[in-house]
Design a protein. Structure first.
Ligand code: GRF
Length: 200
């Protein structure tokens, strides 16, 4: 097999999608390895899992930088230092600058808990229930400067069930996320899905 792609995962909290990527990447045939985890706050719970698994971590909090451009430049510098090929945003709750997105175009992925383009932004599960949809789900897409936009790599549909609450629905979607993200990363890392092939 050709050399594994080097991946960094950006998180803000729990990091369950990051953990799913780390677990998937243990397989010898997986085309990528997780070489670092970056958080925008030191309290991100997922940093504990990364540390326990001997994955290098780094924290870049916006408050420690003059502005967003400087914080993003610091993140970019860390990614270059780790010789990262692909960046996976996994619950990273801060919008990255257009400049950062341009630098990583075609090499940055994001997971979002809805069937995009439906329900961009926050509180997707509650909004889906409010809209009385029968199907919900999750999406992995390439990152572009516009939030929760960018070419779609893959989606998984999840049924909305009678009596669902945002929490119940979120838990069902999260299980699907943990399968979708490793699959999507493998597609991009192996070259099976390329940003340029998804352009209109
Ligand atoms: C996930 O639902 C992801 O789709 C969204 O934020 C949540 C992060 O969860 N962007 P986790 O930190 O991966 O557990």
């Amino acid at each position: 097999m050709s050399e594994k792609k080097r991946v960094a995962v950006l998180i803000s909290g729990r990091g369950s999608n990051m953990s799913a990527l780390v677990e998937a990447a243990r397989a010898s045939e997986f085309p990528a390895e997780i070489v670092g985890v970056i958080a925008n706050k030191a309290s991100a719970e997922g940093l504990v899992f990364a540390g326990q698994n001997n994955i290098p971590t780094a924290v870049f909090a916006l408050k420690d930088y003059a502005d967003k451009a400087a914080a993003d430049a610091a993140i970019d510098g860390q990614l270059r230092a780790w010789e990262v090929d692909i960046v996976c945003l996994a619950g990273f709750m801060r919008l990255l600058s257009a400049e950062f997105c341009a630098k990583w175009e075609g090499k940055a992925l994001n997971i979002h808990p809805s069937l995009l383009p439906a329900f961009k932004g926050l509180d997707t599960h509650a909004r889906a229930l409010d809209d009385d949809v029968s199907e919900h789900g999750c999406t992995v897409h390439f990152v572009t400067a516009d939030m929760d936009d960018g070419p779609i790599i893959g989606q998984v549909t999840v049924p909305v069930e009678f009596g669902d609450t945002p929490g119940l629905l979120a838990a069902r979607v999260l299980k699907a996320e943990h399968k979708l993200y490793p699959w999507a990363l493998a597609q991009v890392a192996s070259g099976a899905i390329r940003f340029e092939d998804l352009q209109d």
